[in-house]
Design a protein around this ligand. Structure first.
Ligand code: GDP
Ligand code: ZN
Length: 460
């Protein structure tokens, strides 16, 4: 288990260094935030910064005594648990490596919409080593990013289905596989509940998946069988389990995590409890009076340590694959069958560069494979989505359209908040304290809230 900070009786309020500090106070390389922030005036909130900095973490000897780098292992509301990775090579700080710091995120990071995700490698400043607290000042380059659950630097996905209760449904399975392929993150397909079916059924699915281009693992969480291959694969990696409900995702996560017998309790709850006085001084859990929902509704995610090193997200993902990252053009790349046909035909190619492989004249992709109808179906769906986006906004950028699940679970596209209008209101009318409350996630700013802000600003 990771060490916890001792309960501190009277906790001094964390002192926030003003920003920007004189340059000489900053380690090199400079965090991207400061390089960019330095040129902008204090009331300017640049929106177009990348979500994560593109710089790698600085070497330990560039860190100040009050700084450290670390991995965000859990988040809850405004608070993040950071496992210390590197400390400055002075003041005997080495012993703090691997320990936890309870951190808030610097308000400026939120204002520039730089989201900090679980799994991020971050620069922590204003570290109070005695009380193990600090403030996240910057985010270092991100290798990968999963949106559901929100986790950065994921090395592998486990796409989990069950052989029975519920039975695998080829269309759903395909949707999950396409979504997993579209992340670009390596994944392994796993079938659970093998004890519920006979050998023949297992062999049947193995052959079927082979023809799709996959080599799945079969196991039973209940019987604790077939685990070793999966455990071997996940060693030293950060993994997210995805799949439809009921297949055993939570059961698998519980089976894979270490220390399961010690406490089910997430360390962050303990940290929150132990530091409640300090938390009391922070704005926690502000609730939108219209919706009754917390504004910081970002789901709580933790990385659980697993046997052999590595982490597993405690929250499973993609309950509903949205296919938001898949375009008309990229869909074909998410089907191993098409990739194989294209490769086998090399150096010949489809006649048209932008061929979407409908089997027209000059297309090298034939239609004689099991999942071709699913490919066509998904292509249709994506075409419709792209057309709606194009009509609504004259652009295909995915960020411009958001999806709401409407009647019968049908996804409905609608334009995002009008960013420019929103910014104008923000700059002129909303004072700093309201701005501080605006979550970095625009989705959390519901229309009601914006309407409220506009009403208020009109009254003035
Ligand atoms: P999730 O919705 O994917 O998180 O699935 P859960 O982990 O909640 O499991 C759903 C149901 O499947 C529960 O009743 C589990 O006890 C059951 N389950 C999980 N693994 C197995 C298994 O290997 N065999 C059988 N028969 N049931 C299992
Ligand atoms: Zn083609």
């Amino acid at each position: 288990m990771l060490p916890f900070p001792s309960p501190a009786a009277a906790l001094p309020r964390l002192r926030l260094p003003p920003l920007p500090l004189p340059l000489r106070h900053y380690p090199f390389p400079l965090p991207l935030l400061l390089l960019r922030g330095a040129s902008s005036s204090t009331h300017h909130h640049p929106r177009l910064l990348p979500q994560a900095a593109s710089l790698p973490p600085p070497p330990p000897d560039a860190l100040l005594p009050s700084q450290a780098t670390g991995l965000v292992a859990a988040s809850q509301a405004n608070f993040m648990r950071v496992i210390v990775d590197a400390v400055p090579p002075c003041h005997d700080l080495e012993r703090h490596r691997g320990s936890d710091l309870l951190c808030v995120v610097r308000a400026l990071l939120k204002k520039i919409r730089r989201r900090v995700l679980v799994g991020d490698l971050v620069l922590v400043g204003a570290v109070d080593w005695a009380d193990r607290r600090g403030m996240i000042e910057d985010v270092f380059e991100r290798r990968t990013e999963v949106a559901d659950p929100p986790v950065a630097n994921v090395d592998r996905l486990v796409v989990l289905f069950s052989l029975d209760q519920p039975k695998p449904e080829p269309a759903t399975l395909t949707r999950f596989l396409v979504e997993a392929e579209s992340t670009g993150i390596p994944f392994v397909l796993v079938f659970n509940k093998v004890e519920l079916v006979d050998e023949q059924t297992i062999a049947c699915w193995r052959d079927r998946l082979k023809s799709w281009g996959y080599d799945p693992l079969f196991l039973s969480v209940d019987q604790q069988s077939g685990f070793s291959a999966l455990e071997e694969m996940l060693k030293g990696q950060t993994t997210v389990v995805v799949g439809p409900s009921g297949v055993g995702k939570s059961s698998l996560i519980n089976a894979l995590r270490c220390n399961q017998d010690i406490s089910e309790e997430d360390p962050i709850h303990k940290l929150v409890e132990q530091n409640s006085k300090w938390f009391g001084e922070q704005r926690v859990g502000t609730v939108s009076k219209k919706s009754g929902k917390g504004k910081h509704t970002t789901r709580h995610v933790s990385l659980l340590p697993i046997a052999g090193g590595g982490f597993l997200a405690d929250t499973p993902g993609f309950n509903q694959p949205s296919l938001m990252k898949v375009t008309k053009k990229s869909l074909a790349e998410t089907f191993p069958e098409i990739r194989k046909m294209l490769k086998e035909n090399e150096p010949s190619k489809c006649l048209f560069n932008d061929c979407v492989h409908l089997g027209e004249h000059g297309c090298v992709v034939k239609g004689d494979w099991e999942r071709y109808p699913y490919y066509l179906q998904m292509l249709d769906e994506i075409k419709i989505r792209e057309e709606i986006q194009l009509r609504t906004f004259g652009t295909k950028r995915e960020g411009d359209v958001r999806y709401k699940t409407g009647v019968m679970g049908v996804k409905q596209a609608e334009p995002r908040l009008e960013l420019k209008k929103h910014r104008r209101v923000s700059r002129k009318k909303i004072n700093q304290s309201i701005l501080d409350e605006i979550d970095d996630d625009l989705d959390d700013l519901d229309d009601d809230y914006l309407f409220d802000v506009k009403q208020r600003s009109r009254k003035r």
